[in-house]
Design a protein around this ligand. Structure first.
Ligand SMILES: Cc1ncc(C[n+]2csc(CCOP(=O)(O)OP(=O)(O)O)c2C)c(N)n1
Length: 717
């Protein structure tokens, strides 16, 4: 009593519609459905479609706490995911999963699409008929949330299409207390479907058989045309927004009518009785039997007090597990022998016969050849190519998606070559070996929310792959903030699901203004806890190479946030040798390779600013200073950091130097940690507190930079 269940009364026909989707889909070749839906009717779907037992649902209502699960923060019952195998009336087994989702309405849509895409690739479902996404929406959220449009846009785009999604709008003609004329300008809630030329069936929930016929057509169209299809289920909401919410404050007349109505079950039951299909007593007996069953399950549960939690490491996740913090610091063998690196280098620098390559690209390819021959050092982009190439040769599936990621926003990656005469597109990393892993790199739609969500979904369903999302430019990543906060960051703690997604975020203060400087490092650090993710700001191509490989080589999957460079892509000192890739592994802390052990000042920093600091130190001939880089900020390898600092026995002071304003960057995170381990507080060197991430004017940026360097070096004399 008194609990929220977001009941479906008024829209119960959703359940037979879903059953029909499974039945008809099975008939037309589908054996797996991935469902995404919000609160309304979710418990009904879990029990009636996915066969989640009533005792399991009741146990969640009773809120019994299993001491073994105490570490999991979890989420409320009407957000939880579940999966099971169900049998159709013709005896075909169908796998159905309902994706976990937060309160954020419609945010689950791209996650579902990404999961389906990964499953289709994994199972080689090239016709996209085996695995089908089904999304269930509310009428207000469908009309209002931008991510709906962003996700619909995937429909026919190669890297993202899933062969058509079946949408059901549970159109109860209200959103909480808001009426249709307040929440939309369009005639129908579904009108956005018209942009994509998709079929829409407007059906009446009080006519279940009509709804079933429309569903059959919709499924047939999805399978034949690979179009998204929409079932707009016109219905009403029997109670308030939830069962304890009083609707007549704001909708008195509507609710006077609704209270007079017979339920859909009663209407349909009476129609069947009227047609002589079923006898009244039999129908009443069936109802009573069902209620008895519910009471029995509730009593049983009170005796057992059990909670069953879905298994995280089943199916494609069998080889993976959870790691302790200590295990996360175990060095992972990620080195690749010189012969393999050369082989990869030669293959990715081979221009196919008859292919007209752009003259600048030709020069770049010549340089890349020299890099694997050891004639010139390896730059950032080549470090990345070699990381991808080596994983592909080891049969790992590598997927990268982001705006303009094929060429690379900063003209650095060149993962695609375009024939200058024919426009033919060639992906060198796809031509390494007949037996290699699948390499896919996509220029994404101009979306952050949906694309990031899609790639998370992909990573959840394809743990062996290296799955990467790249933000185009620094601040734009915050367009995907809901996905970071609600899905990626608490994935393990909230959902008991693991994601090895790599997020590449260009970051660095190079005078390009507020939206082109900061990836908001501080936010990721603030969100880090319980080893939920890795936040890394690597400074060399070699480190980046090992980091990407480590992500796949380990048997744990934790999101990896990488701050990536722009200016450093072509910085003469931001290079590595073949030896670095052949021998080393990723280092969480990088000691100063040039400093004397007698150094009296230690400068601690992370990322790009290191190169400014070493240049300034050279200029000022300050060999009393050592510059130590924290490459992995979270989880922080305290022990290694302390060991590194202890090597400088004579140090008198230490500084934290960053290019971000004081209220941003890593300072707020790192200062309390350093204070705990070291006798003094770190001296802060960086920009002063600021509301905006960076100065708009380049001249102002330069001025700030000069002052920053001055402060760093003059306060340490
Ligand atoms: C992104 C987001 N904004 C606001 C809310 C708060 N909220 C919860 S339910 C609801 C109304 C949803 O209406 P509708 O989509 O028609 O679904 P219904 O509850 O009627 O089934 C709102 C605004 C939310 N959950 N998510």
């Amino acid at each position: 009593m008194g609990q929220k269940r977001f009941s479906l009364e008024g829209g119960e026909t959703l359940i037979p519609i879903l059953w029909e989707i499974i039945e008809k889909g099975a008939e037309l070749g589908t054996d797996e459905f991935v469902l995404g839906m919000a609160h309304r009717g979710r418990l009904n779907v879990l029990t009636n479609i996915l066969n989640k037992s009533y005792s399991m649902v009741f146990s969640e209502f009773e809120d019994f706490l299993d001491p073994n699960l105490i570490e999991l923060t979890g989420d409320v019952k009407y957000h939880k995911g579940y999966s099971s195998n169900v049998n159709t009336s013709k005896g075909k087994q169908i796998h159905v999963s309902l994706t976990a989702n937060p309160s954020h309405l419609e945010s689950v849509n791209p996650i579902v699409e990404g999961k389906v895409k990964a499953k289709q690739i994994h199972r080689k479902d090239t016709m996209r008929k085996l695995i089908v996404p089904v999304l269930i929406h509310g009428d207000a959220s469908f009309a209002g949330q931008g991510v709906v449009y962003e996700t619909l846009q995937f429909n026919s785009i190669a890297g993202y299409k899933t062969g058509g999604t079946i949408h059901i709008i549970v159109n109860n003609q209200i959103g909480f207390t808001t009426l249709p004329n307040e929440y939309r300008s369009t005639h129908y809630s579904t009108d956005i479907a018209k942009c994509f030329g998709c079929p829409v069936f407007h059906v009446n929930a009080e006519d279940p058989e009509g709804c079933i016929l429309a569903t059959q057509l919709a499924v047939q169209l999805r399978q034949d045309l690979h179009s998204d299809v929409f079932i707009d289920l016109t219905c009403y909401r029997k109670y308030g927004h939830n069962e304890s919410d009083e609707p007549s404050f704001t909708q008195p007349l509507e609710y006077q009518n609704i209270r007079k109505k017979k339920s859909i079950r009663e209407i349909y039951r009476d129609s069947l009785i009227g047609q002589g299909v079923v006898e009244r007593q039999m129908a009443l007996d069936l109802e009573e039997e069902f209620k008895k069953g519910l009471r029995y399950e509730l009593e049983e549960l009170k005796i057992k007090k059990g909670v069953v939690v879905a298994e995280a490491f089943g199916g494609v996740w069998q080889e993976y597990g959870k790691a302790t913090k200590e295990e996360l610091f175990q060095p992972t063998p990620t080195a690749v022998d010189a012969a393999s690196l050369k082989e990869i280098g030669q293959k990715i620098c081979l221009v196919p016969d008859g292919f007209t390559i752009h003259s600048t690209l030709k020069r770049l390819i010549e340089r890349r050849k020299k890099m694997v021959e050891g004639e010139i050092p390896i730059d950032w982009a080549m470090g990345e190519q070699l990381a991808f190439g080596s994983l592909l040769l080891e049969k790992t599936h590598v997927r990268l998606s982001g705006q303009d990621s094929q060429r690379g926003t900063f003209t650095q990656r060149h993962a695609v070559w375009v024939d200058q005469k024919t426009n033919h597109r060639y992906f060198p990393l796809s031509h390494l070996h007949e037996q290699q892993g699948e390499f896919t790199v996509y220029n994404s739609t101009l979306s952050e929310f949906a694309i990031l969500g899609f790639e998370i979904g992909y990573s959840l369903a394809y743990p062996s792959a290296l799955v990467m999302w790249e933000a185009q430019f620094r601040d734009f990543a915050n367009g995907g903030q809901v996905v970071f906060d609600q899905y990626l960051v608490p994935s393990e703690q909230k959902w008991h699901r693991f994601s090895g997604l790599v997020v590449l975020l260009p970051h660095g203060y190079e005078g390009q203004g507020a939206e082109h400087s900061s990836a908001r490092l501080e936010r990721f650090l603030q969100l880090s806890a319980e080893s939920n993710m890795q936040v890394v700001y690597p400074t060399t191509p070699g480190q980046y190479f090992h980091l990407l490989r480590r992500q796949v080589k380990r048997s744990v999957r934790i999101p990896l946030i990488v701050l990536t460079p722009k200016g450093l892509l072509r910085h003469p000192q931001c290079v590595s040798t073949l030896d670095d890739l052949e021998k080393n592994t990723f280092q969480e802390i990088l000691d100063d390779p040039k400093a004397k052990r007698e150094a009296t000042t230690l400068m601690l920093c992370t990322g790009r600013i290191y190169y400014d600091l070493i240049a300034e130190r050279k200029e000022r001939k300050r060999d009393d200073i050592a510059i130590i880089r924290i490459e992995q900020l979270y989880p922080l390898h305290h022990e290694k950091l302390m060991q590194t600092l202890k090597r400088y026995k004579k140090f008198k002071r230490y500084l934290w130097v960053q290019e971000e304003p004081r209220n941003m960057g890593a300072f707020g995170y790192i200062a309390p940690i350093l204070e705990e381990f070291l006798p003094q507080k770190p001296q802060y060197i960086g920009r002063r507190k600021s509301a905006s991430t960076a100065a708009g004017s380049h001249a102002m940026h330069e001025k700030e930079h000069v002052e920053l360097m001055k402060k760093a070096f003059e306060s340490s004399t």
